[in-house]
Design a binder for this molecule. Structure first.
Ligand code: FES
Length: 89
């Protein structure tokens, strides 16, 4: 089975808004998903520069092709589990 790809923005804005906590996934992933994920850190994806939006909804994380706004470690893990569960269904 293909791994679930997690793309974590490590740009300054996302970093200070909490991406640092999500990067912990690289070092201490939950056992049930540890060998099923691939983590990539990327530079600012320019989502924090949306001039039509007054608020920055970072940190931004993509789980496969799905964007998670205001991402937290829990939200990312839950999304990964839901993708894995739907593959096993
Ligand atoms: S710093 Fe993450 S989208 Fe800009």
């Amino acid at each position: 089975m293909e791994k679930v790809k997690i793309k974590i923005c490590s740009g300054t804005s996302c970093f200070v808004m909490g991406a640092a906590a999500i990067q912990a996934l690289e070092f201490t992933p939950p056992e049930d998903i540890a060998d099923k994920i691939e983590i990539v850190e990327v530079r600012c994806m320019n989502l924090c520069h949306n001039v039509n939006d007054k608020h920055n909804h970072g940190p931004f994380v993509y789980v496969n092709d799905e964007l998670i706004e205001e991402a937290t470690l829990e939200k990312v893990i839950n999304k990964v589990r839901s993708i894995l569960n739907s593959c096993n269904a």
